[in-house]
Design a protein around this ligand. Structure first.
Ligand code: HEM
Length: 135
C-alpha cells in the first residue's frame, strides 16, 4: 500500500500533470487504486491485530514468570505512536481514493497528501522494525 502511494506520487502524478486530460487521468487512477487500498487496509488491520494479540499473550506469559524483567512500557509507547500514525495513513488513504464529493478537493490536488502518506508510511515501517527488535 505504501509503495502504491509512492509510485503514484513519484511516477504517475508527474506524467499525468503533463497530459492534456490530467484531472480525469488522476481521478480514474485513484478510483482504480481504491480497490487495492481497501484490500490492504483490511489485511493490515487483521495482521496487525494478530501481532497485537500475539505480543500481549507473550508479554502476559513473561509477566507471570518474572514481573520484574518483563517491562514492556517502551514497546507499548512506541506501538501507541505507530497506531496513531497508522490512523492518519488510513484517513489519508480513504480521503484520496474514495468517490465522495467532499473528498474531491483533495483528489484534485493529491500531491501534498500523497507526500504525507508516503512519509507517514516510512515512519510506520521503521517504528515496526524497532518494535520487532524491542519485542
Ligand atoms: C499502514 C499500516 C501498517 C504498516 C505499514 C505496518 C507495518 C508493519 C511491519 C513492516 C511490521 C514488521 C516489522 C518487522 O518484522 O521487522 C509490523 C509489525 C507489527 N505491527 Fe504493523 N503495520 C501497520 C499497521 C498495524 C496495525 C493497524 C496494527 C495493530 C492493530 C499493527 C501492529 C503490529 C504489531 C503488534 C507488530 C509486531 C511487532 C513485533 O514484532 O513485536 N500494525 N507492522
Amino acid at each position: 500500500m505504501i509503495g502504491g502511494f509512492f509510485f503514484f506520487r513519484v511516477v504517475l502524478l508527474p506524467i499525468a500533470n503533463r497530459s492534456t486530460d490530467s484531472e480525469n487521468l488522476i481521478a480514474s487512477a485513484l478510483r482504480r487504486f481504491s480497490g487495492i487500498v481497501w484490500t490492504a487496509l483490511l489485511t493490515i488491520l487483521i495482521s496487525g491485530l494478530y501481532n497485537f494479540i500475539t505480543f500481549f499473550r507473550s508479554a502476559r506469559a513473561d509477566a507471570s514468570m518474572d514481573p520484574v524483567v518483563s517491562d514492556h512500557s517502551l514497546y507499548i509507547f512506541v506501538l501507541g505512536i505507530k497506531l496513531f500514525i497508522v490512523f492518519l495513513i488510513f484517513t489519508l488513504a480513504i480521503v484520496l481514493t474514495f468517490p465522495y464529493p467532499v473528498f474531491s478537493v483533495y483528489q484534485k490536488r493529491p500531491a501534498p497528501w500523497l507526500n504525507l502518506t508516503v512519509i507517514f508510511g516510512l515512519i510506520v515501517i521503521f517504528l515496526s522494525a524497532y518494535l520487532r527488535r524491542l519485542g
